[in-house]
Ligand binder design. Structure first.
Ligand SMILES: Nc1ncnc2c1ncn2[C@@H]1O[C@H](COP(=O)(O)OP(=O)(O)OP(=O)(O)O)[C@@H](O)[C@H]1O
Length: 263
């Protein structure tokens, strides 16, 4: 995907928010986008997603499937989480949203109306709808904002997986949540100009948490999956223990108890 001399203003006579942005994105890229408030990050992401068109310049070779998780999920629609994700799956030609329920720790939210979700929970719904169609371009606007620790830690792994199958991931992020991923590219918006360079260092506490999360993500790049069968009543505790120990654990199948005749 290629950006050539992309400039953007919201209205005629407004100043340019983005000026002459040139960039190339290659399959497998994970890009962190930073910049001060109002620098134009969300605007650039909307341009990349195809939700806004450059005022001048061109964006070429956008992957056909784009997943976009906005910074503010529009929670005003009259759906429950399940109804919304089912609807989005139909719109997206059958994307599988169910695996993301476990992965993003949102099983308890399924029956909740979108309007009643907390900010972080609404954000998870936005992530699930972005991920369900296996995007070739995954765009995450402030994905770490408001997320609980488990889900924050899962995000670098998810980005690594999307990139691993040839997708491009770009995330605007003030918290350095992707920092430490091997090969991470760093973009910043400065005075309307897109620059590529080295990431500014993070505050010490954030850096430590980030290193742990990304070490996990890197480790999962080469991983093994095991199946464990256990009594259904022990499932919740087992999954919780595994997750506490840093493993990705999810329920795959629960068989109903057999009755006397079939035993
Ligand atoms: N719909 C809009 N109409 C007019 N101006 C807008 C609109 N959306 C954003 N802007 C302006 O464009 C500029 C860039 O905004 P943008 O939201 O892209 O910045 P940002 O870097 O994502 O900010 P933040 O970190 O606060 O989310 C700001 O000056 C903002 O006021």
């Amino acid at each position: 995907m290629r950006l050539s001399k992309v400039s953007f203003r919201y209205r005629r006579r407004d100043p340019l928010v983005i000026e002459d942005a040139d960039a190339r994105l290659a399959p497998g890229d994970v890009i962190e986008l930073t910049g001060v408030n109002g620098a134009g990050k969300s605007t650039l992401l909307r341009l990349l997603a195809g939700l806004a068109r450059p005022t001048t310049g061109t964006i070429a070779d956008r992957p056909p499937v784009v997943g976009f998780a906005p910074d503010r999920f529009p929670a005003s629609q009259p759906f429950t989480v399940t109804a919304y994700l089912r609807h989005m799956s139909r719109v997206r030609g059958g994307g599988r949203w169910e695996p993301w329920i476990e992965r993003l720790n949102m099983g308890h939210l399924l029956a909740t109306p979108l309007a009643d979700l907390s900010k972080g929970s609404a954000h998870k719904v936005g992530l699930a709808q972005a991920l369900m169609a296996e995007p070739g371009l995954l765009i995450l606007d402030e994905p770490f904002a408001g997320l609980d620790a488990d889900t924050r830690e899962a995000l670098p792994s998810i980005a690594t997986e999307v990139a691993g199958r040839g997708g491009v991931v770009i995330a605007s992020d003030h918290q350095g949540g992707m920092r430490g991923l091997p090969g991470l590219r760093h973009w910043s918006m400065v005075d309307g100009h897109l620059k590529e360079g080295t990431a500014a260092p993070l505050p010490a506490a954030t850096a430590q948490a980030t290193t742990q999360a990304t070490a996990q993500a890197t480790a999962t790049a080469a991983h093994a999956t095991v199946a464990v069968t256990l009594p259904a009543r022990e499932l919740r505790g087992f999954l919780a223990r595994m997750r506490e120990e840093g493993f990705q654990a999810r329920e795959v199948e629960t068989a109903a108890a057999q009755n006397e005749e079939t035993r």
